[in-house]
Design a protein around this ligand. Structure first.
Ligand SMILES: [Mn+2]
Length: 384
């Protein structure tokens, strides 16, 4: 499998798109800077190609959300950008040939099992998903094949690519070559930083829409005002959370240390609890070096512009202090995502992430059983 095969599959997807009877597109995209860049690129290129595009920004693809999307928008074209590949199997099940589905993502994929679900991911072509491309790079390559003039969108692809550990990935390099042809007139790092606030912190107040607008129209006054407001609000919330933890400490399990943020981050997107846990992992005076860090935040039960969620849900974020990270690296302690997925599934939740950082959504009433399952999962993995 090679890069050429990837381009052939992109062309094939475009042919399927053109021959599909509906011109209505539901564009599902992730809420971080990469997801907003991906959404902006596809929104522009598909609108220019004559499609009616409805943008929907998603923090986490829960089963009930996938089911809702594929029931409500049956017969339309459904795009997933920077999100979706890990859930291609579930998407296939709920789509059941009801819509044409095109996934452009770089997260570890599962296999699509329905021929109407096209799961385009670098991992299928001998490339590394989190090295060789961002979601925005995949969205851009698709758009460039859709119409060569979309080369003007290459700079937006590079904004999303800032999330990658290096800028030397194989597909990223191709985008840099295109940017060289059209010129770069934005500060990639600054745009990335602003989108990382607008999407995740402003998730419940139209931040993602402003982020997509910023990609396409630049850093206008309304974008900057909202960015500064959200940034300050989050800084204050972090300070408050830190003060609470200094006063009361974290609660301790056998292998975990945890806290509930209750209403400290109320109104913000749930990614803020993950960022705070990352920050906490470096605070040596606050955290035990050999216990996993677990933070909770209640999730509003709405997906803006899409639906209301059934049930009451809580977001869980998990990180490791420095010493524990080394133990995970050496294989002596279990990776975070494995134990988190195991424990959350036992209480009716769903999780994802990697060895050093992961998150899950679980039913609100199952917080304490979840903590118990988590300690158990770690204990079993350690064999003690
Ligand atoms: Mn991404």
């Amino acid at each position: 499998m090679t890069i050429n095969k990837l381009f052939k599959d992109i062309e094939e997807a475009i042919n399927r798109l053109y021959s599909y009877p509906s011109k209505d597109v539901i564009l599902i995209h992730h809420d971080d800077a990469d997801g907003l860049s991906s959404g902006a690129i596809l929104c522009k290129s598909l609108s220019d190609a004559g499609y009616n595009v409805k943008l929907v920004c998603i923090e986490k693809l829960m089963d009930q959300v996938i089911r809702y999307i594929h029931t409500t928008f049956k017969g339309k074209v459904i795009f997933y950008a920077d999100i979706g590949s890990p859930h291609a199997d579930v998407i296939s099940r709920y789509n059941n040939s009801g819509s044409l589905v095109i996934i452009l993502d770089h997260h570890d994929p599962s296999e699509a099992t329905d021929e109407t679900v096209l799961n385009i991911n670098p991992e299928f072509y001998g490339l590394e998903g989190e090295v060789d491309a961002s979601g925005s790079v995949m969205a851009y390559l698709f758009s460039k094949y859709l119409d060569e003039s979309n080369i003007s969108l290459s700079k937006i692809a590079l904004v999303g690519a800032q999330e990658l550990p290096s800028q030397g990935g194989k597909l990223v390099k191709l985008v840099y070559e295109d940017v060289d042809k059209v010129g770069l007139d934005i500060d990639l790092k600054e745009m990335f930083k602003i989108l990382q606030i607008l999407g995740p912190v402003g998730y419940y107040e139209d931040g993602p829409k402003l982020g997509v607008k910023a990609c396409l129209e630049g850093l206008t006054q309304d974008v900057m005002d909202k960015y500064r407001l959200l940034e300050e609000r989050r800084r204050n919330a972090n300070r408050r959370m830190l003060a609470i933890l200094y006063k009361y400490g974290l609660r301790k399990g056998r292998y975990i240390q945890w806290f509930d943020s209750y209403n400290v981050y109320k109104g913000m997107g749930t990614k803020v609890i993950g960022s705070f846990c990352s920050y906490l992992s470096y605070q040596k005076r606050l955290v035990d070096q050999d216990k996993y860090i677990v933070g909770f935040m209640e999730m509003p039960n709405i997906i803006p512009g899409l639906m209301e969620l059934d049930g009451r849900w809580i977001k869980v974020s998990m990180r490791a202090p420095e010493k524990l990270r080394r133990l995970i690296e050496s294989g002596r302690y279990p990776g975070i995502v494995d134990v988190l997925i195991e424990a959350s599934e036992k209480v009716g939740g769903v999780g994802d992430g990697h060895k050093y950082a992961a998150s899950a959504v679980i039913p609100y009433e199952n917080r304490d059983p979840f903590l118990h399952e988590l300690d158990n999962a770690i204990s079993e993995s350690l064999g003690k």
